[in-house]
Design a binder for this molecule. Structure first.
Ligand SMILES: Cc1ncc(COP(=O)(O)O)c(C=O)c1O
Length: 359
């Protein structure tokens, strides 16, 4: 059994664990970052940001918090800024220390990892391939003894968005049973018509929403995200966070990025057109995909039971998908790809055609 890397990106770790050498030329499809890169305004301001590194960041992130509260039309006391969505997941897990947690799987592995580190008892609610449908009736029995539920929407790794009515019913049911719902919306902004659940934090005292700013604005190296919940939850989480957790440049970059609504629209249109182009090709060439609505998707070759030979073929051709060995329920039987530039996506299709000619 290989020691598979637990996340995408940093492909050197994947190659090392497989005993392969990293090709000179490769395309990394394993991290779901906006292929348009960061907004140009960020580059233009970069030199000005340099001046700011000699001062400590605002530990309360007031400016960015105000801007988010304004754009999400919520109270500033309902927002907590984090060093990426990942830090906020860790804080929530600490808040849930020792509790019983249900994770809707397959999903982002940090929920389980962070909760395990805080001695939570974990139970999976497994969604089944190929459609990964979420049914409240099937979920309900699992919730009866749970203190918290982690749900990612749109979900990583499938890219599937759950129906709004299902998510609302789940939050309602959980509230009746004193169970928190942690709704991770790290990829919500890749969807044009995503209905935000932030307005529901005023209605449901058990709802915690986590958002990442590193994907849409292509700043995973800077680290930035935020959490929205009722003020008493924010007040309980805040003392668990290191004092200067978010660096000055990330805070300034976040303010700038949020002003770029046009950039978000442009990304959404680009992603949906490219997804259409790719999916048409996959269907024509008999690859199975999930009905993703965002900037990544799962794919498999239905001619194979195990996808490992297909995975290795792609790696040797310099195409790096994300393996799925550490997603419960997938067990390596799918590969996840990010939607990249047109040229990179075309290269992927070219290599897939080569594979199809052989198999
Ligand atoms: C579903 C999901 N949530 C949260 C994160 C964390 O994002 P970040 O810490 O880069 O903001 C990721 C990163 O891949 C993710 O896929």
């Amino acid at each position: 059994m290989l020691n598979w890397p637990s996340h995408g990106s940093n492909p050197q770790h994947l190659f090392k664990s497989m005993g392969l050498s990293l090709p000179e030329m490769f395309i990394d499809f394993s991290a779901n970052i906006n292929p348009l890169g960061p907004p140009t305004a960020l580059k233009e301001k970069w030199n000005d940001f340099y001046q700011e590194i000699t001062v400590y960041p605002d530990p309360f992130a007031e400016n960015l918090k105000n801007r988010i509260a304004e754009s999400e039309q919520t109270s500033v006391n309902s927002i907590l800024i984090g060093n990426g969505g990942a830090e906020l997941i860790t804080l929530v897990a600490r808040f849930l220390s020792g509790k019983r947690v249900v994770v809707v799987e397959p999903s982002f592995s940090e929920y389980e990892k962070a909760c395990r580190a805080n001695k939570c008892e974990i139970q999976y609610h497994q969604l089944l391939e190929p459609n990964f449908e979420l049914s409240i009736d099937e979920l309900l029995p699992t919730l009866s003894s749970a203190d918290a539920l982690f749900l990612c929407n749109p979900n990583n790794p499938t890219g599937i968005q759950y129906p709004v009515s299902t998510v609302i019913s789940i939050i309602q049911e959980c509230e009746k049973q004193n169970c928190f719902v942690i709704l991770d919306e790290a990829f919500y902004d890749f969807l044009k018509d995503y209905q935000s659940f932030i307005p529901y934090i005023n209605k449901f005292s058990n709802l915690i929403i986590i958002r990442s700013m590193t994907k849409m604005f292509a700043i995973p190296g800077l680290r930035l995200g935020y959490l929205a919940a009722a003020p008493d939850i924010i007040a309980a989480l805040r003392p668990l966070q290191p004092h200067w957790s978010i660096n000055t440049i990330a805070l300034l970059a976040g303010e700038l990025c949020l002003q770029n609504k046009e950039f978000m629209n442009e990304t959404q249109v680009y992603i949906s057109e490219e997804r259409e182009r790719l999916f048409t090709f996959f269907k024509k060439n008999k690859f199975v995909i999930t009905s993703s609505q965002v900037n990544f998707y799962l794919l498999r070759d239905p001619n194979l039971q195990e996808q490992i030979s297909f995975f290795e073929f792609l790696l040797l051709k310099g195409i790096i998908p994300r393996h799925t060995f550490n997603f419960p329920g997938l067990e390596g039987n799918w590969l996840r790809f990010a939607i990249k530039s047109k040229e990179e996506n075309s290269k992927l299709m070219e290599v897939l055609l080569e594979w199809r000619q052989l198999h």
